[in-house]
Design a protein around this ligand. Sequence first.
Ligand SMILES: *Cc1c(COP(=O)(O)O)cnc(C)c1O
Length: 423
Amino acid sequence: MAGIGTKCVQAGYTPKNGEPRQIPIIESTTFKYDTGDAMGALFDLEAPGYFYSRLQNPTCDMVAAKITALEGGTAGMLTSAGQAASFLAAFNLCSARDHIVASSAIYGGTYNLLAVTMKRMGISTTFVSPDCTEDELEAAFRPETKLVFGETIANPALKVLDIERFARAAHAHGVPLIVDNTFPTPVGCRPIEWGADIITHSTTKYMDGHGSAVGGAIVDSGRFDWMAHADKYPGLCTPDESYHGITYAEKFGQGGAFITKATAQLMRDLGVTPSPFSAYLLNLGLESLHVRMKRHCESALKIARFLEEDSRVAWVNYPSLPSSPEYEKAKKYMPDGTCGVVSFGVKGGREAAGRFMENLGLVAIETHVADARSCCLHPATTTHRQMNDEELTAAGVSPDLVRLSVGLEDAEDLIADIDRALG
Ligand SMILES: *Cc1c(COP(=O)(O)O)cnc(C)c1O
């Protein structure tokens, strides 16, 4: 089996004799067939193939196959955004009156999706601290709980999920663990190896890595036995009348049911489809992901060490710093490095943080992370502004928190910029 770097470069597409070396961009909404029967077989999911790019497109599938190989899954799909990946992954298992257990340390957009939008659909979520006690975790489950959700490294709190522990709890209740693995990427962590069942990504971040294309991905481990919990998952384990009575878990097995249902049913009805061109850009990013992640992690550690030593800085949070409360978990799950995002507090609180950000030259103020270009953000007044102080604290975000996304510039230049901006 090839190493992770080789998969970044080559997985997902193997050209045959005389075919393009780079993945072809198939910018076609539709596909031509010689007979109605041939196309009918595709509609019936009796034969593999393409008929309409809202559901599946060859370029997008090549890139999905690469991400599936990187995560060590059995099937995968791209979505139009990371938000769509989170929603489809959860909604593929839940209906009105169902329930989700989620870590409270998650991306603000995912929090909103679960706490507000999916709640309006009748799907409720109980949030638990990733550091909660066993009793608290146990108490969060209900008979109608259908999944557990967490983030490998929470954006922006940078808390590390104890994947094994959350997987154990989920499996003890007969439900899968979904992990958003956006921050470490499969180069840094492969949650499936630690018991996670479904992986989601905002590919907008490090996978793309150049601030080019918004996108998402879902990967199924193929490990969760839906049929063993058929009562909980009628959508996978009983006939889908909207698809000619197909029972996904029977027809596509443990390795294929989840992604087939999410594609045939949810993509069909919701249309959160990526464009082939965006998938192509994403693949360019993936080809250098292993090289870039190493540099992001090395520079972030240098900068975290600089900040930790500096008297103008109140506190530093970077999971790869030995002083971090997350360090032991980070070392276990991500021994080769965590991510390029460092958060810290500027002495003087909210105002001083604002001044610091405006004084920066190389580092830009942006609602973005995980870009080749360094950027920073003050979550309390931007991405997390819909949260009150209590919710902010539960998500691990303090009012003075600055989130710095360390890019691929020379670390020495970034440190000089930060040093100057601290005044
Ligand atoms: C950005 C982000 C998302 C949402 O992804 P979009 O591509 O912006 O829709 C989800 N999870 C994490 C961890 C993120 O950083």
